[in-house]
Design a protein around this ligand. Sequence first.
Ligand code: ASP
Length: 302
Amino acid sequence: MYAIAIHGGAGTLPRAAMTPERDQAYRAGLAAALDAGYAVLDGRGTSLDAVTTAVRILEDDPLFNAGRGAVLTAGGIAELDASIMDGRTLAAGAVAGLRHVRNPIELARAVMEHSSHVMLIGGGAEEFALERGMAPVPNEYFHTETRRLQLQRALPGGGGPVNELSALGTVGAVALDQDGNLAAATSTGGMTAKRYGRVGDSPIIGAGTYADNAGCAVSATGHGEFFIRTVVAHDICARVAYAGATLAEAADAVVMGRLRQMGGEGGIIAVDARGNVVMPFNSEGMFRGARSADGRREIAIY
Ligand code: ASP
């Protein structure tokens, strides 16, 4: 059995703002990432390569809040966070506050594979990217008109959140490969109008991302401050690994129970060592997709 699941963010998705054209564009973006990641697994590639491939494609797609198309800080800058984890070895890599790295997930992976550290931030992370031969991009590379407008609206006096898919679009992937190894990856621009230096759950191992062959692989999306405090990804894996919960029980208990009680809006995607995939969310919608060797292929928004 092998399987992959991806997400493109969770949150408030007013149906009125979802025109047929937009719906199609989001689905096409999700499908491209899902199928590319699945092709890696199908060709006997590793789950790490599958999640890296899927997340990189979503980072390059300006519709999603990761890489190009990321949301902007209150100061109008894109500051990107990402992380990746190998369920076989529990190796992990994370980066935060990037301004000039085109594909944050590739830098997170480089931190995991080519440094003795787990997490690098800001200038130190950018310096490491240069050492790894990653050509820097100007911060404007990440900016889109939609995100500029969303920021204007979100700032004091701007009239409040736009009636559209505003803060949405963090991306992530989880996979189980043919050798039975799990991996998870997450990448984001964070939250619109966030403070300079704010870091969410996405690059925090255990909060936004976790993978352990003994439990499951999880990538989260939603209001990061809540996901950090409830250590969402690790909590789900621990319930599977130590408490004998099924993946569905563990994910539901955390996303629909604990997190919701605290007011934490969002969702997660997860896969376990048997290839079970769950994608619960407590928000109005979550861009998501799953594909597995048993013929399942699903892309959904609401
Ligand atoms: N979890 C992300 C963060 O708080 C945002 C999101 O998933 O929409 O940075």
